[in-house]
Design a binder for this molecule. Structure first.
Ligand SMILES: NC(=O)c1ccc[n+]([C@@H]2O[C@H](COP(=O)([O-])OP(=O)(O)OC[C@H]3O[C@@H](n4cnc5c(N)ncnc54)[C@H](OP(=O)(O)O)[C@@H]3O)[C@@H](O)[C@H]2O)c1
Length: 155
């Protein structure tokens, strides 16, 4: 178990929490998009960035479910600034719609966290007839990043 406690040059280790790593950071002037924000690493990243004052856009495929998740974060962090936008990365049309919606929202974009992903799924095709894991993890995020780059560069 030594590797969990071993601290690297940053002073953090594999057992450091997101709260510890972001201690002292003021994110109140920042906006972040997090894909796959409704569970796992994406949810914890959402929670901590919101705790640090970042305006977080949760990019998720199940908006209804995510509204409940947003409410539970707001109970813990009443000042949290969180929006929920629909995004299905396995659909290029959905990625284009998300980017158009975000780009027309007038929000700045400081941080893009391409977190969502599938792993070791059985062979399946996306709506665009592309292998599902490749479509979701790679092509969806590639297109998303490209469509948001100009907004990020405006800062
Ligand atoms: N945990 C690890 O040890 C580990 C190790 C290596 C890499 N990773 C990678 O790190 C990322 C987060 O891992 P995790 O453990 O937090 O995974 P997780 O709990 O399975 O969460 C994955 C997230 O991706 C979302 N997602 C899946 N397909 C999507 C799609 N088509 N469009 C939009 N969102 C989609 C899921 O949304 P739904 O809730 O709608 O399903 C979920 O919110 C993943 O990319 C994973 O491959 C994790």
């Amino acid at each position: 178990m030594w590797f969990i406690c071993w601290k690297g040059p940053s002073g953090f280790s594999a057992s450091s929490t997101a709260q510890q790593v972001t201690h002292g950071i003021d994110g109140t002037s920042l906006t972040a998009i997090i894909t796959g924000a409704s569970s796992g690493l994406g949810l914890e990243t959402t929670r901590i960035l919101a705790f640090r004052g970042v305006h977080v856009v949760m990019a998720v495929r199940n908006v209804k479910n995510c509204i409940d998740i947003k409410e539970s974060i707001l109970k813990e962090i009443p000042a949290a600034k969180i929006d929920v936008f629909e995004l299905d990365l396995s659909s290029l049309a959905s990625v284009r719609k998300f980017a158009a919606d975000f780009n027309s929202s007038g929000l700045p974009l400081n941080i893009l966290i391409n977190n969502a992903g599938l792993m070791a799924t059985p062979f399946m095709l996306s709506q665009d007839n592309i292998e599902l894991q490749f479509a979701t993890n790679h092509l969806g995020h590639f297109l998303l990043t490209n469509l948001l780059l100009e907004t990020m560069k405006k800062l």
